[in-house]
Design a protein around this ligand. Structure first.
Ligand code: PMP
Length: 400
């Protein structure tokens, strides 16, 4: 699907066509996104919001158009609920820091899950350290599915927020976020979803989900690196204290007292990555041009086909076998080390990721050092899945 629109995929690696299956780490960019970046620096580049001159106003309107585009893409109620960040990590840090400064006190409890990316663990640990709060963890079973009964039991009157992945990057599990949110709301507890692995693969509707915060990165959804989004319900954003201080986020500054700007600017201190933000809009328009449902169906077909073929390989062990999975396949081959398999695949032109995928608690659960992870995007093909399968067989025979 549309592979030729991604120039980087035309390359040969070690004299073989590149088979790029590391999309959970980052996706490649279609020509329209690359062109938008070049066009920004060739014809627009200016600082936004403060300028009276033509280019500054043009940059501002392009930037703000993207906010509206993201609003519509994730079905937020208002455009000022969309806060631009550098990526999912910064967005989660923003929620943890701002929500934490405003609502978390000593003895309060924060719920995360066992399958979180480190980006959705460490910011909450910082907060716990600063505030004397406590982290509670939703356990998962050996399929990589969260235990909802155990989850319900974690709630106490001290629970202040739940932060959980929409889709796991290490396992591919699509979490039952609707149920997780419903339970939390029954306890009047807000929920932050880490959508880093979801936005490029699933339609996301923050109003239908009724999540309180939703965080994601542009670079995993065909947009440039350096831009991400923190969506928050107006109610929370109005009450929350800002995360970073600096230009743009203030209304007035004296040495005695500073007052803050209105939403969304209150949370956007300093000069943002304007070109990357514009690139994000082009990436969203690009995906919408194809259709998110079509992308999902295509990736689901690749997941089914590849999983089935791989399951015939002797000694393969899948890590993450949830009934509802995104197109992420984590696995091990016999007792070979994931790194060795990764290197042998690389030399056959197949790019996969090996290691703990920034989810060490997941690896601890399965008592393994890491996995080999193949993850698909809209441009991957069945032929590439076949090359992966053959390359794994070859690697296996070399390592035995
Ligand atoms: N959460 C999840 C589930 C992820 O997969 C990632 C990226 N691997 C992140 C958060 C962090 O994203 P970024 O590095 O783009 O900030």
């Amino acid at each position: 699907m549309n592979r030729e629109e991604f120039p980087i995929l035309g390359q040969q690696i070690y004299h073989r066509p590149l088979v790029y299956l590391d999309n959970a780490a980052t996706t490649h960019k279609p020509q329209v996104v690359i062109d938008a970046l070049c066009n920004y620096y060739e014809t627009i580049n200016s600082n936004i919001h403060r300028g009276v001159h033509y280019l500054s106003q043009l940059a501002t309107s392009e930037f703000e158009l993207t906010r509206k585009c993201v609003q519509q893409f994730i079905h937020a109620t208002h455009d000022y609920e969309i806060i631009f960040t550098r990526g999912a990590t910064e967005a989660i840090n923003l929620v943890a820091a701002s929500f934490g400064r405003t609502y978390i006190h000593e003895g309060d409890e924060i719920i995360v899950s066992e399958m979180e990316h480190h980006s959705n663990i460490v910011p909450w640990q910082f907060l716990c350290e600063d505030r004397g709060a406590v982290l509670r963890v939703i356990p998962m079973n050996d399929e990589g599915v969260l235990d909802l009964t155990a989850y319900e039991r974690l709630f106490t009157p001290k629970t202040k927020i739940v932060a959980v992945a929409h889709i796991s990057n290490a396992l591919g599990t699509i979490n039952e976020v609707g149920k997780l949110i419903k339970v939390a709301h029954e306890h009047q507890v807000p929920v932050m979803l880490d959508g880093a692995q979801a936005v490029a693969h699933e339609p996301v509707d923050v109003q239908a989900l009724d999540c309180d915060f939703y965080c994601f990165s542009g670079h995993k959804m065909y947009a440039p690196m350096g831009v991400g989004v923190m969506y928050g319900k107006e109610r929370w954003l109005n009450e929350m204290k800002p995360y970073q201080g600096g230009g743009e986020m203030i209304s007035s500054v004296t040495f005695e007292k500073t007052t803050y700007n209105e939403l969304p600017f209150k949370f956007e201190a300093g000069t943002p990555s304007v070109g990357d933000v514009i690139g994000l809009r082009k990436a969203i328009e690009y995906m919408q041009g194809i259709g998110i449902e079509r992308i999902r169906a295509h990736e689901e077909a690749l997941l089914g086909y590849t999983t089935e073929a791989l399951s015939n390989i002797e000694g393969i062990r899948f890590i993450g076998t949830a009934p509802r999975k995104a197109a992420v396949i984590s696995f091990l081959i016999g007792d070979t080390h994931p790194y060795d398999v990764g290197v042998l695949l690389d030399h056959q032109g197949v790019a996969v990721r090996t290691g703990h995928h920034c989810a060490q608690p997941v690896m601890n659960h399965f008592r393994i050092p890491g996995t080999i992870r193949a993850s698909f995007a809209l441009y991957n093909t069945q032929e590439e899945a076949d090359i992966l399968i053959q390359a794994i067989k070859k690697a296996q025979s070399m390592l035995q």
